[in-house]
Design a protein around this ligand. Structure first.
Ligand SMILES: Cc1cc2nc3c(=O)[nH]c(=O)nc-3n(C[C@H](O)[C@H](O)[C@H](O)COP(=O)(O)O)c2cc1C
Length: 359
């Protein structure tokens, strides 16, 4: 052994018959031939003796230059990746610094439009699960809280009173969280929805599936929310509180929530516009915006909300009848009239009463 070994972690991709190696410790991905991969695999614990000879010196130098062969000395996995693991580290690195289209580069912009126009633009309209729809009232209620109240009193509420959410409140929650409010003409990129939440790419890939447990005048069940028609389209599966609790690791929000929402991503809406890995990051950023709007709407309408990303993803996708892998579940939200302490805070929230030595 001669003091060099293969970088750790090493990520191998075999795509369309081509082999590529990368590592979150390196900047570049390398296309490799099987013999080079073989060398990297053999050198996991150290470069075998004699490998620098037999005309391999230039290859070894190249692998060292690109960071795929490193000093054999063990290097610590840096924080936070030793906690988050290789999958997150590798994704982070691959998405980082991914170039975004520079709109000043007119020629590139035209080429980009030409390239994405080769594929039909995926519809921004929700998929119909059935030809039935329960249209919701178009009564736009005035918020009961001022903007300052909303900012100051939005808290996560995990326990809800055993009272139904009113139909108008429910209807407003869905409309202001998930329905288009305006439309904009984006030229060659088509007509875009504008919703209360901002959305990277304005393709609004986020759609809502609603589990109704206790809402005035709405039969309990699972529905797809159709924001364009502002109505609930029944989805075949029945849904119970226990089921949603199980899908969200028994965190208890749905034991008492009046309704729950699973958001999903209709991914091709976004990937059509951004055909690159950064789109996945946008998707997560986008659903965060939607969730914040949902939480703030709840306060403005006299309700409370809790969110969780701890979801049994595949089981949720199956319950919702999603067209996987094109569609997948992204977030779960609970909503109802919150149980509060006399000061309006969530019942289980403890306010610190002594001075801690660290915050
Ligand atoms: C992305 C995200 C995921 C969350 N997941 C959970 C969760 O799984 N369980 C939970 O009890 N709270 C969850 N929450 C709520 C946070 O715990 C809560 O926002 C935090 O404790 C701060 O409290 P506040 O919302 O009242 O300001 C989540 C919040 C966000 C934004």
């Amino acid at each position: 052994m001669n003091g060099m070994r293969t970088v750790d972690p090493l990520v191998l991709e075999c795509e369309g018959g081509l082999l590529r190696v990368s590592s979150p410790r390196t900047v570049k991905r390398l296309r490799v031939e099987p013999d080079v991969l073989d060398l990297l695999l053999q050198a996991r614990k150290g470069l075998p003796d004699g490998w620098q000879t037999n005309g391999r010196a230039p290859l070894i130098k190249r692998l060292i230059d690109f960071g795929f062969l490193v000093d054999a000395e063990e290097e610590d996995v840096p924080v936070p990746w030793r906690d988050m693991g290789v999958a997150a580290w590798s994704f982070h690195n691959r998405v980082r610094d991914y170039p975004f289209l520079d709109k000043d580069a007119t020629e590139k912009w035209e080429k980009y439009v030409e390239r994405i126009s080769e594929h039909p633009r995926p519809s921004s309209l929700p998929r119909f699960h059935s030809d039935k729809i329960l249209l919701l009232p178009r009564v736009w209620t005035q918020p009961t809280a001022s903007y300052l109240d909303v900012l100051q009193s939005r808290r996560t509420h995990r326990q809800f009173q055993d009272v139904p959410v009113g139909l108008d409140q429910f209807s407003n929650m869905l409309c202001y969280s998930f329905a288009p409010i305006r439309f904009a003409d984006a030229g060659p990129l088509g007509v875009m929805q504008m919703r209360a939440a901002a959305s990277g790419g304005a393709r609004h890939e986020c759609e809502a599936y609603v589990c109704v447990f206790d809402v005035e005048h709405v039969e309990p069940g699972l529905y797809a929310y159709d924001g364009l028609r502002h109505g609930l389209v029944p989805v075949e599966s029945a849904v119970t509180r226990d089921q949603v609790e199980d899908l969200t690791y028994h965190q208890r929000f749905f034991r008492t929530a009046s309704f729950g929402v699973f958001t999903i991503a209709v991914t091709d809406r976004l990937s059509w516009k951004y055909p690159n890995p950064r789109a996945y990051k946008f998707l997560l950023q986008n659903v965060g915006h939607v969730a914040q709007v949902f939480s703030m709407n709840a306060v403005a309408l006299g309700l409370g909300a809790a969110l969780t990303g701890a979801i049994k993803d595949s089981e949720a996708d199956a319950l919702l009848g999603l067209d996987t892998p094109r569609e997948f579940t992204t977030f779960a939200m609970a909503c109802g009239v919150p149980e509060t302490a006399p000061d309006g805070l969530p019942v289980l929230m403890r306010v610190p009463q002594t001075a801690p030595s660290q915050y």
